[in-house]
Design a protein around this ligand. Structure first.
Ligand code: GLV
Ligand code: MN
Ligand code: MN
Ligand code: MN
Length: 402
């Protein structure tokens, strides 16, 4: 009686929007770059499960959450809305005196962003039993040569060497739902309140190093050069070409990191380093772009007489589909709350991509200003956030009873 009464009295869901906005602003001040930008790299000084026990705590819980680490010169909503919003969603349910049957867990994932250790979604990949990553992290260091283990210890984590202890057994959670800003323009443009994610596009990233002989920018004549910088520039353009050749608007590629050594105006670059991000909703098409990038790297190195000293595919993940029951729950939650919604694809990746390997997964999007993300102009109104929290709360409530 209690449960159905709750689901019927939805008008009483009250979001404490003011507190939530304060928490978002407060968390944004934990930053290594000046406001309004946010820089919060994993385990840096500025970067740390709560549970609402259900009436049948022996059942697999429903979980929700996201990340709070932020890439350099980012905004304050990416991930944060899904962590603080999850906590507020649980508070919403408490205030409505809803008693969940399955327990509700909030997860704040470690390092969704790849900034510090070069690969994204460290926490969720490990929860999703990535043995490969657990092994790789044993020898991973950051740009300052600090090992992953030392970084984790200095942030207060214990027993970090036993990474496999965090592997989740399939079925540990009956559902995982993540609230996130859209990071794209569609919801705002169409004045739709809620996006219900049906699939997450397949991300991949590649590291490439070229080595030439360098030399004096005045004294070495053009025919004698093997310029590692130009090899990198040429490969960056090849990435764009191969992506466009796919013929689909859904194929994207970015060279977000391009470093030259020694980095002096009067020295021919003797080493270059690129990091390439490419994604698609179609995994095969994305893989064919990766193959072409490799061919181009080989050709460029031959033609320019530079050594391709590293070509490393850091991650090449498949896409993920949302769970039908979670989609339905979020749809009926939106309808009951009288909020407009649309089903959509997530082009950004999220911890949900990996949670989907060990649990049914779903995502709820809210509009953000002009679709801006990964830059300081990122913004979502507190009303949109509050709507997202309501849909999350009601979706969790439904899932906790099923
Ligand atoms: C994660 O932030 C992504 O790049 O999609
Ligand atoms: Mn991000
Ligand atoms: Mn994010
Ligand atoms: Mn992301």
């Amino acid at each position: 009686i209690h449960e159905s009464h709750f689901l019927n009295s939805l008008s009483s869901l009250s979001v404490d929007a003011e507190t939530l906005q304060k928490q978002i602003d407060e968390l944004s001040s934990f930053s290594d770059s000046p406001a309004p930008s946010v820089t919060r790299i994993l385990y840096s000084e500025k970067d740390v499960l709560s549970r609402r026990t259900g009436s049948e705590p022996e059942l697999a819980p429903v979980s929700t959450g996201s990340h709070t680490d932020a890439i350099p010169y980012s905004g304050k909503y990416d991930g944060v809305v899904g962590v603080l919003g999850a906590i507020e969603a649980i508070n919403v349910l408490k205030r409505s005196s809803f008693k969940p049957k399955r327990s509700l867990d909030v997860i704040m994932f470690t390092s969704e962003e790849p900034t510090r250790f070069g690969i994204g979604c460290l926490g969720s990949r490990l929860l999703a039993r990535s043995k490969e990553l657990a092994q790789q992290l044993e020898k991973t260091v950051d740009g300052q040569n600090v090992s992953f283990f030392d970084a984790a210890k200095s942030a207060g984590y214990m027993n970090v060497e036993k990474l496999s202890t965090v592997f989740l057994v399939k079925g540990s959670y009956s559902a995982f739902v993540e609230l996130h800003i859209e990071q794209g323009p569609i919801l705002e443009e169409e004045a739709t309140s809620i996006g219900i994610v049906t699939a997450i596009a397949a991300p991949a990233s590649i590291k490439v190093d070229f080595e030439g002989t360098g030399g004096h920018a005045g004294a070495v004549l053009m025919p004698k050069r093997n310029d590692a910088g130009l090899a990198a520039a040429e490969l960056a353009l090849a990435v764009e070409k191969h992506v466009l050749e796919s013929g689909s608007i859904d194929t994207v590629g970015t060279v977000g990191i391009l470093e030259l050594h020694p980095g002096a105006i009067n020295s021919i670059p003797s080493k270059s380093h690129l990091e390439i991000d490419t994604r698609d909703i179609d995994e095969e098409r994305r893989n064919s772009v990766i193959d072409k990038i490799y061919e181009s790297a080989l050709n460029i190195s031959k033609r320019r007489g530079v050594k391709l000293s590293e070509y490393k595919i850091v991650n090449q993940d498949p896409p993920a589909l949302s769970d039908e029951l979670i989609i339905k729950a979020a749809e009926s939650a939106s309808q009951e709350l009288k909020l407009t919604y649309k089903k959509m694809i997530s082009r950004a990746y999220h911890d949900s991509l990996f949670m989907g390997r060990v649990s049914p997964m779903g995502m709820i999007f809210i509009p953000c200003y002009k679709g801006y993300s990964h830059k300081p102009e990122e913004f979502a109104t507190i009303d949109h956030i509050a709507d997202g929290v309501k849909v999350l709360a009601l979706t969790l409530a439904k899932l906790s009873l099923s």
